[in-house]
Design a protein around this ligand. Sequence first.
Ligand code: HC1
Ligand code: SF4
Length: 574
Amino acid sequence: MVHVKINNKEIMVPKGATILQAARELNINIPTLCHLDLHNIKMVNKGASCRVCVVEVEGRRNLAPACSTPVFEGMVIKTDSMRAIKSRRTMVELLISDHPKDCLVCLKNQDCELQQLAADLGVRNIRYSGEMSTYPVDAASKAIYRDLSKCVLCRRCETMCNDVQTVYALSGVGRGFDTVVGPAFNAPMHKTVCTFCGQCVAVCPTGALVEVDNVPKVWDLLENKKKTVVVQVAPAVRVALGELFGLAPGTIVTGKMVSALKTLGFDFVFDTDFAADLTIMEEAHELIERVTEGTNLPILTSCCPAWVKFFEHQFPDLLNIPSTCKSPHEMFGAVTKTYLASKLGLKREDMVVVSVMPCVAKKYEAARPELESKGLQDVDVVITTRELGRMIKEAGIDFLSLHDEDYDDPLGRSTGAAVIFGATGGVIEAALRTAAETITGKPLESVEFVEVRGMQGLREAKVEIGELGLNIAVAHGLGNARKLLESIRKGESKYHAIEIMACPGGCVGGGGQPYHHGDLEIIKKRTRGIYEIDRSMEIRKSHENPAIKEIYENFLGEPGSHLAHELLHTTYFE
Ligand code: HC1
Ligand code: SF4
C-alpha cells in the first residue's frame, strides 16, 4: 500500500493503483472521456488518448493523465487547480473543433459523454478552427450506423470488440490526422466479421456508433391503415425501459410498456415471451433427442443473432451442433403470419411484425433471407429499447402516469421460464425445466436451477435428471464463447448443452438497452428484475403455458413435427 494526498485528503491505496482509482476511492470526481474500466468483463480501455483527466502532481512540471499515472508513496495531487481545469477545457474544445456540432439532431443527444463534458467543464466557445475530418458515413448495414466525423479516437469500441468479444473487427487505420478506428481497409461493417452485437455502440461515448434508427419506419407503418401492425416485446426490455423515464434500473414496467404500445397505435401487443416458451418446446425436444442418440453434442443455444454470426464466421466446421431453432422473436413472426393470420382471418401479406428488442443484432437477423415463412419475412422491423423510449417521448406520452395494461391474447401469454431468457443462463434453465419433466414424467420439486445463474463469464454445472447427468455450460460475452468453442473443436469438451449470449449479462446488457455509461451494476439490477418477474408468475414452465398447448394441439402437432421444422427451425451458412 502507498500513502497519497489528493486535494488535501489522505488515503492509502494499493501499489500500482492509478491516480484516478485513488481519487475515486475518495469520491473525488476527475472527468474522463477515453477511459473506461469494466474490469469485471475484462474491458479496461487505457489508451490515455484524450488527456481530459489531467491533474497536477507536486514536483512535476507537466500535468499528468490520472487514468494512466500510477501513484507513488507520498504523492501529492491536486485535481481541481485552475491549470488542470483550463487544460481539460482546452482538450474538449480541441475535440469539439473537429466535431460536427449537430448535437440537436444527433441520435446521441443527451446521452453523449462529450456533450456532457462540455457542459460540465463550462465550455462556452470554441477558440480553434481549421481543417475538419470529413468521412462518408457507413449506413450500409441493417444494424449499426457509423459516422466517423463524430469519432473522438477513444478506442473504447476497439477494446470492447477485441478484448471482450474477440471479434477483431475494429482497429486503428491510417496515421496522424487521418487516423480512424474501423474495420481493416475501412470496409463497410456489413462486409466484415462484425457480429452486430452492438457492444461497441454500448461503450461509444459519442454519436460515432449508433443503432440504425428504425423509428421513422414504424411511424409510417402505424399510419398505414391497410396494414395490421403487430408488436412483440423481448423479455429484457421490461426491466430497462423505465430507465429512460427516470426509474431505477430493474424496475418492472411491463404493464406501462404495454399501455404505451397500445397508445402508440399498434393493432396487437404481444409478448416475445410466448415465443420463448415455444422455443423451449422445440429446443428441449432437440436436446433430449440428441442426448438420447449421443449425436451432435454439445447442443448450443441459437437465440442470440450476434452469437450465430460469430460461430458462422469463426467456427464454420462446427455448424452441426447449434440448435436449429430460430430465435424466439423470429418464431413469433413465423406463427403470427401463419397461425394467427388464419385464426383471426387476416390477410397475411397485410400483416407487419415489429419487434422491440434490447439488441442491435436483431435488426440484422430480421433481414436474413432464410428467416421467412411461406414467402414472407418473419419479422419486418426491429427497434431497440432506446428507440421505443424515443417513440414514447415523441408521442408525448406521460409514461410514468400510464395505468398497467395486459398483453393481447393468445400470443401474449407466457411463463416464468420465458422471461428468464433475458438474463444469462436463463435459456438453459428454461430448457432444463421442460426437459427434466419430459424425461422423468414427474413434476420438479424446485423449478429454479440456481447453479446455472450468475454473472461469471463462463460457468458450468452438472444437473441430475433422473438417471441422467447433464453437463451444462453457460457463457456470456463472445470471448468466453470462443474458449468453449475452441475446446469443442479440440475434442476436449465434456458438455451436453451450452447456452451462449453475445452480450455481457445476456440480453439485459444488450447493445440496444439504455446506455449504462460504464456502470455494470445496472445490468445486475435488471437481472434481479427478470428473476423477480419469474418468481411472480403463476406458471413457470414453458410446457404448461395454455397458449403453447393450444398452438401444438390446433396447428403445429408435436414439437419437432414437419410443420414445426418448416416454420420454427433454420439453417446456418459457412
Ligand atoms: Fe433476447 Fe430472445 S432472450 S435473444 O436475449 O431468445 O434480444 O430479451 O428477445 O428472440 O425471448 C434479445 C431478450 C429476446 C429472442 C427471447
Ligand atoms: Fe465488434 Fe460487436 Fe461492434 Fe461488431 S458490433 S464491431 S462485433 S463490438
